[in-house]
Design a protein around this ligand. Sequence first.
Ligand code: NAD
Length: 494
Amino acid sequence: MSFEYAPAPESRAVVDIKPSYGLFVGGEMVDPVDGGSFKTVSPATEEVLAEVAVAGPADVDRAVKAARSAYERTWSTMPPRERGKYLFRIARLVQERARELAVLESLDNGKPIRESRDVDIPLVAAHFFYHAGWADKLAYAGMGPDPRPLGVAAQVIPWNFPLLMLAWKIAPALAAGNTVVLKPAETTPLTALLFAEICGQADLPPGVVNILTGMGETGRALVEHPDVDKVAFTGSTAVGKAIARSVAGTRKKATLELGGKAANVVFDDAPIDQAVEGIVNGIFFNQGHVCCAGSRLLVQESVADALLDSLKRRLATLRMGDPLDKNTDIGAINSAEQLRKIRDLSDVGEAEGAERWSAACDLPSKGFWFPPTLFTGVSQAHRIAREEIFGPVLSVLTFRTPAEAVEKANNTPFGLSAGVWTEKGSRILWMANRLRAGVVWANTFNRFDPTSPFGGYKESGYGREGGRHGLSAYLEASDEQPRTTQPAGRGGAQ
Ligand code: NAD
């Protein structure tokens, strides 16, 4: 049974969206030299929110020069503790402006305010706080006694966690002494542009952070710019592969965080109600626009029927609608294009013989919407079991033995995350040792922490973000040996 709730919309008045935005280069908002502009819309209503600049190649060059100059003149030469102070300041400003950032994120992305307010923005602040603490402790990052920054980082991010992905990129880069040029995704540029304002408020030296809005072409020009030292990309596997090819043979270091098709494995001894919550959180959080989403449910055959009944009952209570309503569980699909991809792959699922079930719900007449959906009767060969749908669609498969669960879970070109639900600690460890995934969650799913490295195997990319491992992706090991007192005449280079 579900309850009726009165609408509880979060006020939009807290955000001040300008009619148009330029590019953030060298500490100022500037008009593009050779680009155009595009409109960013609210995916829940299709309302145009703002006109945003497209950076062309000359703008990319100008931003990389600004980052290079800031790197050489101020950021890399500044005492590390001073760098840390700026990061602490940014973290505090994010907390102070949290409500504004959350509302803007929900408007531009379509995600429920409950998630942007309680998950995205607090994690953004946590990433800046965590990395602020690292700035003057780099000698303990495991990269030698005096690790060096790499230089200018080109960073390209997707639209599913716009400000959080920005934080994952910018916080470690800055803490390690690099400067950055970041390109947000074309459908969600607004919180990155508000972040530019926060950089100004924090008195961050000009050019340390540069934000270029634009399409894929802007991203390509940025990662291919010859004066970039480091490329950090989060997005689709197809674009990640193209970037890997473009940096091969250059001096650029690259980290790629790509797609996923995670298995969420439920054993017959798992607490069913908790597992149901974990499955819902695993695939319906953020409309399933999550690279590590638990999009393949592997359930032990003996409990499959009971679990699915319970899951369907739970899905029928999820509230879909206005992202700014505090009672909303499922918001809008981020774009018309993404909605088309989700629809297409779901139709393929049916055509290939899987059985489709969706919770009954009224879809708003405007905007981009897709109801929480699950497929049963899915085989490993089905495209909905192999390809990333990146939407609120769960493919359900069954298994009989732990060995079969491992085999099915690992039968994917991806390897980003996995979940295990069982009451036995020994089984959790047994599974974790065998699952080929960067993160394995036990009796939980989609939990993130800045101290914990995150990243994948195989087609999910390479490199880690978060923790000491993520920091080291922005540092060069020092070849200098730890200083020891050598008796005269001994130990010199021979
Ligand atoms: P996408 O690869 O199309 O776009 C991501 C970003 O790359 C955007 O900013 C886009 O403008 C830019 N881009 C596009 N073409 C480019 C090019 N040739 N060179 C440089 N930049 C280019 O991905 P998407 O569809 O927007 O995002 C969804 C994908 O991102 C999913 O596959 C998802 O799994 C993945 N993702 C992965 C993670 C992770 O941490 N592993 C996190 C979020 C999303």
